[in-house]
Design a protein around this ligand. Structure first.
Ligand code: PPE
Length: 305
């Protein structure tokens, strides 16, 4: 259960958590046209709170809306400001921020021309997404029987609510079979991403991740690519097959919620030595140093509230 915070920002106003209700005729509830973001704020080593890559997340929110032809009735800078303000008002030193843009009541049917565009900002405390144990020792993943969206079926660069039905189907299937996470292949059978994370593998010292063609352009993914290059780790954005994943020396997932989570097993095949490998650990440590404000090189990725 999500622990209630004091306030939610809805359509321009801070209102008590319990009052943030919508009508059953809310268009997005019926058809799934909406866009959202997931952003983490961390309590840094010096006691201050910093939001990780706030600008990039809000830019992606507006990019998703652009792709889905949704006009957000607020400016990017206002939404960024409200994210900081919400954390302050809710007294949360570390939290997960969820901007959600959805289509309100008006007409029904598949042509919601003038229905109001509504915007909510929610913050809640969210622990490790795939468990403390998963973060430390690695998770067990399963290739899903569901494929990742084809680029001409859904807009894969847009973080649209409707895309996540595919993720839920995959996640349910994997967890029902006793796995922690689902990995989805693209329509051509190459590894794409997990239900809510991007994927990386290490093969012979090279860090590899699928190009963003049919996957979400992850902000954690982009951060890891930059950090790896700065650490002198060779990186390649290229497609790979599931047997290349089985044969990888290391594998891990990245995402705002999942942070940097090692993968220790896929489809019953142990990955490398079956525990987080040296490159994974190096990048995971570097990632937490950055988000906790311990690495001055990436200070501009943090917005202190
Ligand atoms: N792929 C998908 C499909 C995805 O949903 C996410 C984020 C990522 C990749 C990684 O993107 P980024 O967060 O920018 O590094 N998934 C969000 C949703 C989690 C949820 O269950 O809700 C997240 O991590 O916030």
């Amino acid at each position: 259960m999500v622990e209630k915070a004091k306030y939610i920002w809805l359509d321009g106003k801070f209102i008590p958590w319990a009052e943030a209700q919508v009508h059953i005729m809310t268009h997005t509830l019926h058809y799934g046209l909406g866009v959202f973001e997931g952003i983490r704020a961390y309590r840094c080593q010096d006691g201050r709170t910093a939001i990780f890559r706030l600008r990039e997340h809000i830019r992606r929110l507006f990019d998703s809306a652009h792709v889905m032809q949704i006009d957000i009735p607020f400016s990017r800078s206002l939404i960024e400001e409200v994210c900081c303000d919400l954390l302050r008002r809710n007294g949360q030193a570390s939290a997960y921020l969820r901007p959600l843009v959805f289509v309100g009541e008006g007409v029904m049917g598949l042509h919601p021309q003038n229905n109001p565009i509504r915007v909510a900002l929610i913050s809640w405390v969210w622990g490790t997404y795939l468990g403390e144990e998963g973060l430390k020792k690695g998770i067990r993943a399963k290739i899903s029987s569901f494929s990742r969206h084809h680029v001409n079926v859904m807009m894969t660069k847009a973080k649209t609510t409707a895309n996540y039905v595919n993720s839920i189907l995959a996640k349910r299937e994997a967890t029902a079979l006793g796995y922690d996470e689902a990995l989805l292949l693209d329509i051509d059978g190459y590894v794409a991403e997990a239900s809510g994370e991007n994927i990386f593998i290490v093969s012979d010292g090279v860090l590899r991740t699928p190009p963003i063609t049919s996957v979400l352009s992850g902000i954690t993914r982009a951060s890891i690519l930059t950090m790896a290059q700065d650490l002198g780790i060779p990186v390649k954005e290229e497609i790979f097959s599931r047997d290349e994943l089985y044969l990888a020396n290391e594998a891990f997932l990245t995402g705002t919620a999942a942070e940097v989570t090692p993968i220790r097993e896929v489809d019953g095949r142990v990955i490398g030595p079956g525990k987080p490998g040296p490159i994974t650990l190096k990048l995971q440590t570097a990632f937490f140093d950055v988000v906790l404000g311990q690495d001055p090189r990436y200070r501009d990725w943090l917005t202190y509230i």
